[in-house]
Design a protein around this ligand. Structure first.
Ligand SMILES: Cc1cc2nc3c(=O)[nH]c(=O)nc-3n(C[C@H](O)[C@H](O)[C@H](O)COP(=O)(O)OP(=O)(O)OC[C@H]3O[C@@H](n4cnc5c(N)ncnc54)[C@H](O)[C@@H]3O)c2cc1C
Length: 213
């Protein structure tokens, strides 16, 4: 019996399109359409021209240990994540402000000890930060509805210094959204996957070469 393979068009050769194409290739005939001259989408490198650079990376991409799908995809195409990335503990660095790095301990001790040893933060603010994080974890388990991160922070009376040194940059970095619009539930999901669940998930994976390759 002649079983015809389905024909599937994938639009866009960014990471999403490339992942879809690689996942489907065994079971279907794939046509991958890309409007740009090279694959990679927002995570591609651009060939340099007359600007003195041989190539221009489109933004330093920092991945997290929690990006299991990306690592599986890489293994699938023959790239070993251990050799493709430099693995570093999560580091928080605000110039002349809050600075810490996670400790080499299982979760949640990696974060707890990291924050207790943080630079440029008083002991009382360290305790406040840890107690707010712990309250956020409890919130995630007990509430079905959502609210904005800003609203929740107001209920916790978070001091201005912790807003500026921690919550604001965290939410911009993790959700690309201002506090007044950011979803508390999505923030909890990201923190749960990336920081609270396992120490290894919170590690930074720094690409040793541009992601276009
Ligand atoms: C400067 C910068 C820094 C970043 N840093 C990080 C980071 O540190 N860590 C992190 O996790 N993420 C980072 N990101 C985000 C990350 O790059 C993106 O989330 C990811 O690349 C998105 O992949 P995608 O496939 O969903 O979309 P895209 O990369 O946008 O790919 C979409 C592709 O579809 C093509 N396309 C669109 N419409 C059509 C059409 N009609 N026909 C044909 N082709 C089409 C586009 O040309 C593009 O190539 C950063 C992004 C930027 C711009």
């Amino acid at each position: 019996m002649n079983i015809r393979r389905p024909k599937i068009a994938v639009i866009g050769a960014g990471w999403a399109g490339l992942s879809a194409a690689v996942s489907l290739i065994q079971r279907a005939d794939i046509a991958l359409f890309e409007a740009g001259r090279q694959a990679g989408g927002r995570a591609r490198a651009l060939a340099g021209k007359d600007d003195g650079f041989s190539f221009l990376d489109n933004g330093q991409h920092i991945l997290l240990g929690a990006y299991h799908g990306v690592q599986t995809l890489m293994q699938h195409i023959g790239v070993q994540p251990e050799s493709a990335f430099l693995r570093q503990p999560l580091q928080w660095y605000i110039h002349e402000g809050l600075q810490f790095q996670t400790a080499s301990l299982p979760a949640p001790w990696h974060l707890l000890v990291g924050i207790l040893l943080a630079k440029n933060l008083s002991f009382s603010l360290k305790i406040k930060l840890l107690s707010d994080m712990s309250a956020l974890q409890r919130w995630a388990g007990h509430h079905k509805t959502d609210l904005t991160v800003a609203k929740w922070l107001r209920t916790r009376n978070v001091p201005r210094s912790l807003l500026g040194q921690f919550w604001q940059p965290l939410v911009w970095g993790a959700l690309n959204t201002p506090l007044e619009q950011a979803s508390l539930r999505i923030l909890c999901n990201v923190l749960n996957d990336g920081v609270w669940s396992e120490k290894a998930n919170s590690d930074y994976l720094l690409p040793k070469q541009d992601l276009g390759r």
